[in-house]
Design a protein around this ligand. Structure first.
Ligand code: 13P
Length: 250
């Protein structure tokens, strides 16, 4: 059976000492498992410490964003090449907070997906509908468009390196997760889209994570759905105990 991918998104949180403490707690309490893979996506300033502290652990890690150029005069940005040099496996691309607060377009995200893959990172591509879009029952059309505009241009070899993270915007940070049925319905739809684009094998192997208020109390129900291959966890990934409890429920 496929293992689950349990990934934390720390967002813009934790001081140096808090980050070191959390990494140390995770490294000393996480056990290698064939049921799940743990990963943390940390602010880029913490990557040096992350590389050191997680060196002998089974936990993978990544950045939360990357720019589309390898290097150069792009003040304040981080390149995929630099993330890779710190040992990152992943980089988040297209998080709704980047789309909303930093105006990242489908075209820009498409370029970021390409760059991440070119530099040997696995993009964790985030997408999902807003509340008004769900209320208007447009969620499938929105999700389809997000995938078509930023990911489905890839050939199947490149696509197989992408992790998808369905994150309904109305569930992020609200405490109101999608119900297991709502999430499963959307994940099955997403897998069907992948199947139409790339065929059954690629679709079955694809990782489709759920994100949005996942916590120890609801993780088992969400993660036991057949088309939910893991979670992308924000708030609950900031406490080692909660994050590991979510993994344990996988
Ligand atoms: P929360 O788990 O805090 O709702 O955040 C989800 C998320 O945005 C992960 O990328």
């Amino acid at each position: 059976m496929k293992h689950k991918l349990i990934a934390g998104n720390w967002k813009m949180n934790l001081s140096k000492s808090e980050a070191e403490q959390l990494l140390t707690d995770l490294a000393s309490n996480a056990h290698a498992s064939n049921k799940y893979q743990l990963a943390v996506c940390v602010p880029a300033v913490h990557l040096g410490k992350t590389e050191t502290i997680l060196a002998n652990s089974s936990i993978k890690y990544g950045g939360q964003n990357c720019y589309t150029a390898e290097k150069g005069a792009f003040t304040g940005e981080n390149s995929a090449a630099t993330l890779k040099s710190y040992g990152c496996s992943y980089v988040l691309v297209g998080h709704s907070e980047r789309r909303e607060y930093f105006g990242e377009s489908h075209t820009f995200l498409k370029a970021k997906v390409d760059t991440a893959i070119d530099f040997g990172l696995q993009p964790i591509f985030c997408f999902g509908e807003k509340l008004q879009e769900r209320e208007a029952n447009h969620q499938e059309a929105i999700v389809k468009q997000q995938l078509e505009e930023s990911v489905f241009h890839l050939d199947s070899e490149a696509f197989s390196r992408v992790v998808l993270a369905y994150e309904p915007v109305w569930a992020i940070g609200t405490g109101l997760a999608a119900s297991p049925e709502q999430a499963q319905e959307m994940h099955a739809y997403i897998r069907q889209l992948i199947k139409e684009q790339y065929g059954t094998t690629v679709a079955n192997n694809a990782y489709i994570l759920y994100g949005g208020s996942m916590k120890p109390a609801n993780a088992a129900d969400l993660l036991s759905q057949p088309d939910i291959d893991g979670g992308l966890i924000g708030g609950a990934s900031l406490k080692a105990q909660d994050f590991l409890a979510i993994a344990a429920s996988a």
